[in-house]
Structures are given as C-alpha cells and as structure tokens.
Write a protein that binds this ligand. Structure first.
Ligand SMILES: NC(=O)c1ccc[n+]([C@@H]2O[C@H](COP(=O)([O-])OP(=O)(O)OC[C@H]3O[C@@H](n4cnc5c(N)ncnc54)[C@H](OP(=O)(O)O)[C@@H]3O)[C@@H](O)[C@H]2O)c1
Length: 300
C-alpha cells in the first residue's frame, strides 16, 4: 500500500510514520517538495505518486495567527484538502483528512456528534470547516473520503501544551491557566493508530464519512497543567512544579476566541472500528515517559 502523507514533521505526522504497518510505503514530501498553500502542487503530487491513500495531517495550526493570516490558513486548511478531494476523482486514491473540534462553537454542554452542524467561532475553525465542506462537495465517490475530527492533540514532540507547561513549571512559581474551557487531550500516538485502523478497515464503505476520535475523559487546560506538574515530579522530569492558578477565559484574552466546550462524541467511531481510547491521563503518562527517554538520549 502506498501512502501520501502531509504534515510529516507535525505531531500526528511523526506518529503516523513511527507506527507505519509492515508492507506500507510512505511518501512524506518536504515543504520544498510540497507547499500545501499551492493548490496545483497538491493535485500534481497526488497524480505523480498515485497513492492508495492520502493522509492529510498537514495544517495551518496557529489558531491566533490565523485571525490575521486568513487567506493562508484557508489555502492550507480548506483548498489543499479540496485539491486532494479532486485527486480522488482522477486517480484511484482515497483521502483521510484530519479535522478538529474547533469546527464547533462550544456552546453546548454534551459531546458533539458527527451529525451536528458545524459553527466555528474563529478563523482557524472556519478554515477547517470549509475544508470539510469542500471535500464533501468535490469528492464524486462518497466512499473515497473520511474526515477524522480530533481535539487537543499532544505528543512528546513538536510544539504543544505539554511541552510548554513542562518548561513553565520549571521557570515559574505560579501559572495562571484557563479552567473554563473543557475538552479531551488526545495522544497523537493513539490517534495515529486510529488513522491506520481506518486505512486498513476492511469494508471501507461501511465506515461513516465523518468520524470522531479523542482520548477518554474530560479536562480543562487547568486540569491538564496540574497533571503535567504532578507526573513531571513523579518521573523526575521536573525538579519543581509551579502552583497552578485556575483563571477564567475572560482574564486571558487571545486574538482568537476558543470554544468553551470541545468534547467530541467518539462512541460510534469506537464501536465501528472496535477500538477504544485510554483515559487521557494514562496517555499523558505515556507521553511524558517517552519525553524523558528522548531527553535522556539527548544527554548521552
Ligand atoms: N494540535 C491540536 O491540538 C489539534 C487539535 C485538533 C485537530 N488538529 C488537527 O490535527 C492535524 C494534525 O495536527 P498536528 O498537531 O500534528 O499539527 P502540527 O504539529 O502543527 O503540524 C502541522 C504540519 O503541517 C505542516 N504544514 C503547515 N503548513 C504547511 C505548508 N504550507 N506546506 C506543507 N506543510 C505545511 C507543518 O510543516 P512544518 O513542520 O514545515 O511547519 C507540520 O508538518 C491537523 O489537521 C490539525 O488541524 C490538531
């Protein structure tokens, strides 16, 4: 099986590469080989490589910067997926596109179902929702695309909340962290395994076009920051932890509005795929153990 992978340097892309099943060939173009903001290059690379699947993890993920860079965020998050959808019409390829909880407004207080209408509240969310719409509109054969939405992705690599908090716990005595935004932290490693389960699913047509996946449980950013401090001390990654002070979103203004409630209802996806997520805290421990190994190896 041949896979065209975008975003191979990102959190999820790296885990997709690490967990590649035997017999699978991955082409993971560099930025020089593929700029996702170039629609024609996206189609051309698919035409030339003729993959069985395109796994589109590449994205413009800077939520605040997207408020200013509206056009670029749309080119990468909406028109690149559209180009890959177009490619599924021309060559025999399928598209697995990764999307986000930020397509919803966060105004409800029970997990979002795949069937619910999107209503993004910031430019990043808007660009990702537009990407989903364009894929649905463009793909002629419904069986040829799957959109997998996820939330709060974390890993031992790249830039993410876990790595930022680890640094801040060491540097500061008090951390002010938002406690009124609720979601589910999701391990990039286990998300990658779910991507492979989707790609290898025997009766692809029985899989819904929209799927949800996140780790189990619920957390606020505050809960996550506290857990990172506790596990950091337990594992000896941190010499000290800061006092984490819960604050309200209103006291932490950002250029982009954030949804207050980001939980995705993954039940249907779990039942169909027969894979069930671990609690986020269990996966956080795994991530931080992996992080400490990486740090130890860097010292050798
Ligand atoms: N992170 C989250 O909390 C979160 C939550 C929900 C959903 N998601 C979705 O999950 C997917 C994976 O996210 P992630 O956290 O792995 O993202 P990430 O770590 O920010 O990685 C983004 C990837 O996209 C690549 N990229 C960005 N602009 C590009 C361009 N113009 N041309 C080519 N490549 C480009 C980056 O390449 P460089 O390394 O060269 O910049 C990087 O490999 C995305 O679709 C994202 O929207 C993420």
């Amino acid at each position: 099986m041949k896979i065209l992978l975008t975003g191979g340097t990102g959190q999820l892309g790296q885990e997709i590469i690490k967990s590649k099943p035997i017999g699978v060939e991955i082409f993971n173009p560099s930025r020089i080989q593929l700029d996702l903001s170039d629609y024609n290059s996206c189609i051309k690379i698919a035409r030339d490589y003729k993959p069985d699947w395109i796994i589109n993890c590449g994205a413009y993920t800077q939520v605040d910067a997207a408020e200013k860079n509206i056009q670029l965020s749309q080119e990468i998050n909406a028109y690149a997926p559209e180009a890959f959808a177009e490619a599924t019409n021309e060559i025999s390829t399928k598209l697995l596109h990764i999307s986000t909880d930020f397509v919803f407004d966060g105004e409800q207080n029970f997990p979002y179902k795949t069937s619910q209408k999107t209503n993004p509240i910031n430019q990043y969310g808007y660009s990702k929702a537009l990407g989903e719409e364009l894929i649905k509109k463009k793909t002629k054969n419904e069986d040829n695309f799957k959109i997998l939405r996820t939330s709060w992705v974390v890993s031992p690599n790249s830039k993410n909340f876990v790595l930022t908090m680890l640094k801040l716990h060491e540097q500061k005595d008090t951390l002010n962290v938002v406690s009124d935004q609720i979601g589910a932290p999701t391990s990039a490693k286990h998300l990658a395994e779910t991507c492979w389960t989707i790609v290898n699913f025997r009766s692809n047509s029985k899989l819904p076009n929209i799927l949800h996946w996140s780790d189990a449980g619920v957390a606020s950013w505050y809960d996550l920051a506290v857990a990172i401090g506790e596990i950091g001390i337990e594992l000896g990654i941190l010499n000290k932890k800061a006092y984490v002070n819960p604050i309200k979103t209103i006291n932490y203004p950002t250029p982009a509005k954030r949804p207050k409630y980001s939980l995705l209802d993954s039940q249907k996806t779990c039942e169909i795929l027969d894979v069930y997520p671990n609690h986020w805290r269990m996966n956080l421990l795994e991530i931080m153990i992996e992080y400490s190994k990486i740090k130890r190896n860097e010292l050798i």
